[in-house]
Design a protein around this ligand. Structure first.
Ligand SMILES: [Zn+2]
Length: 366
């Protein structure tokens, strides 16, 4: 394997979308199901260790726990348990080399710890919009729009995150909803008896309100767990809303995107406020990350692409996400250098833009 380009190996990394790591140890089933987006391990399909990601854990993570390369899965899990969750978290989060984390704490916060606890890296919070709505709705439909606005005004978060993909799909109407239509939608929601925010009008309202307040909005796009319908998660479904929100000039971040990463690259090219990443896919496709990142970068301007891991629960995913991202970015830039598509100064600039500078600019982290 070619060594990493020095500009990639030494670059800061801002992980602009990730979650916390598990506070406690997990058993084999728990580990396997957190490895992918599977809800549980099926005896019909043998083991999730027999996947690109499972092999990557044995190949790249085992040596960090003082095991031989490609140690068997049972040895790996036994070693992991004997070290304990805190030590395992420390080893892998530190080895990721990530310098700043933007953490979406909206998913199972009671089981997780922030990654920065293990490294002293800086950390910023991202506000999950549907969770905010679910908290605010308990006080009734009447003042709902005003309460959402007040909460957004006082939030210390550097960005908001929408999981509309999971709740209503991405085919959101572009029009900004009136307060009266939001109150009517919340009335319907409350009378359904569900505590879950899954209304298209409410999702759209939350996005508009966050953008109006200058808060960048991250959308979950593409690949996710069995809760979503992947065909409703193509970022092209957001086209009308992206066109309508462009005049606000506030960033919209398309997260993950796989397997629609080429569509996301197109949207980031044509809309000035749209940005993309391939977080989650880097560790999921593992040794094939160079191919997927090269596809994602085909047409996207390099000032419109960011690094993220989307690591959730297992600290290994921070390490592998950063490892495969660096490998893929180095391969992409090396291939361009070999073909004389650009020179080293350009390669260095691109590495820093994608690794951290775009995130600093877009989220105003300085
Ligand atoms: Zn995520």
């Amino acid at each position: 394997m070619e060594p990493l380009l020095p500009c990639v190996a030494s670059s800061h990394l801002v992980d602009h979308h990730c979650h916390g790591v598990l506070r406690d140890d997990v058993d084999r089933d728990g580990f396997e199901s957190m490895l992918t987006e599977a809800s549980s391990v099926s005896p019909l399909g043998t083991s999730l260790f027999d996947s690109s990601l499972g092999l990557a854990v044995r190949r790249w993570c085992a040596p960090l726990l003082d095991l031989p390369v490609l140690a068997p899965a049972d040895d790996y899990l036994a070693r992991r348990r004997s070290l304990g969750a805190a030590e395992v978290n420390r080893v892998f989060v530190l080895a990721s080399g990530i310098t700043t984390f933007l953490v979406d704490g909206g998913l199972t916060p009671e089981q997780l710890v922030e990654p920065s606890v293990f490294t002293g890296s800086s950390e910023h919070s991202v506000l999950r919009l549907e969770r905010l709505a679910e908290e605010v709705v308990t006080e009734g439909a009447g003042g709902f729009p005003g309460r959402v606005r007040a909460a957004l005004e006082s939030s210390p978060a550097v960005a908001a995150k929408s999981v509309a993909a999971y709740r209503v799909g991405l085919a959101l109407d572009p029009e900004r909803p009136s307060d009266a239509s939001v109150v009517a939608a919340v009335d319907r929601w409350l009378s359904s008896g569900s505590s879950r925010c899954a209304d298209e009008v409410v999702s759209r309202f939350l996005v508009w309100e966050a953008l109006e307040r200058g808060l960048p909005v991250q959308f979950h796009v593409g690949y996710g767990d069995a809760d979503l319908s992947l065909r409703d998660c193509d970022p092209l479904l957001l086209t009308d809303l992206l066109r309508a929100t462009a005049p606000l000039g506030v960033p919209v971040m398309l997260l993950h995107n796989y397997p629609f990463h080429r569509n996301a690259g197109y949207l980031a090219q044509v809309f000035p406020h749209v940005f993309a990443d391939v977080g989650l896919a880097m560790h999921a496709v593992a040794h094939q990350s160079s191919r997927v990142l090269a596809e994602a970068l085909e047409i996207v301007p390099f000032g419109k692409f960011l690094f993220s891991t989307d690591a959730y629960g297992l600290a290994e995913l921070y390490y592998l996400g950063a490892l495969f991202f660096r490998r893929a970015l180095s391969d992409f830039l090396s291939a361009g250098l070999r073909r004389h598509a650009f020179g080293m100064a350009d390669a260095e600039r691109i590495a820093h833009l994608i690794g951290w500078q775009n995130a600093h600019r877009v989220y105003r982290l300085d």
